[in-house]
Design a protein around this ligand. Structure first.
Ligand code: DAT
Ligand code: MG
Length: 204
């Protein structure tokens, strides 16, 4: 499918992730969102966190989510929102991988317990794609502490404690790139367009 913004904006690969940040030809500026904004005549904005409908994030259903049979429910939320699943597996990861995954928390008092809790247990890492997917999936997850989360969010609806909050989501676009590289080989990321795309995005 040749979309309007593919003509206006060339696709560029995000370093190492196959993420598809889009840069407007000629202007050197980032595309600001779905084609609707372009059709409104607004200029592309310079916003690194906004890479269009092909933005990607890394989500991880944690051991408590897997053991409690929440995998299907959690996936359903992102599917129903309209995001595209581009990678997923059931796996058990090492302490080393979790130390790297949560490296920014290494000085926190709960870090060792967190790494020990996660290591060697079944988890479901996933990559999801869509407009504003990093920010929106974080909102859909809720706060780190489920008791501070709004009803309707995953952590508010299914969880009670921070240490058992069911699902991880990348904090920002840079984290998403790093985490996708950490958990997936490039060939595990499937690039495709859903037949529902035109019913979710106003792109021509
Ligand atoms: P988030 O997962 O919302 O991005 P984070 O990155 O600050 O939160 O922390 C990573 C995970 O560490 C979090 O999902 C659960 C655990 N955690 C955070 N704060 C905690 C605390 N005070 N006690 C126990 N576990 C905590
Ligand atoms: Mg975090």
């Amino acid at each position: 499918m040749r979309l309007m913004q593919d003509v206006l904006c060339g696709e560029i690969e995000v370093e190492g992730t196959r993420g598809l940040a889009r840069q407007c030809r000629g202007t050197g500026k980032q595309r600001s969102g779905p084609a609707k904004r372009l059709s409104e005549g607004k200029e592309c904005e310079r916003n690194m966190a906004d890479s269009g409908s092909r933005e990607r994030t890394m989500l991880l259903i944690k051991p408590d989510g897997v053991q409690r049979g929440l995998v299907g429910k959690i996936i359903t939320r992102f599917e129903e929102k309209g995001y595209l699943l581009v990678a997923m597996k059931l796996t058990q990861a090492s302490e080393d991988l979790y130390r790297e995954h949560y490296t920014e928390l290494k000085d926190e008092p709960f870090y060792a317990r967190l790494v020990k809790y996660l290591s060697g247990r079944p988890v479901v890492p996933m990559v999801w794609e869509g407009y504003n997917v990093v920010k929106m999936t974080r909102l859909m997850l809720g706060q780190t502490d489920p008791t501070a989360s709004e009803p309707g969010t995953i952590r508010a609806d299914y969880c009670i404690e921070a240490a058992r909050n069911a699902c991880h989501g990348s904090d920002n676009l840079e984290c998403a790139k790093r985490e996708i590289n950490l958990w997936f080989k490039p060939e595990e990321l499937i690039s495709y367009t859903s037949c529902t795309h035109q019913w979710i995005y106003d792109e021509h």
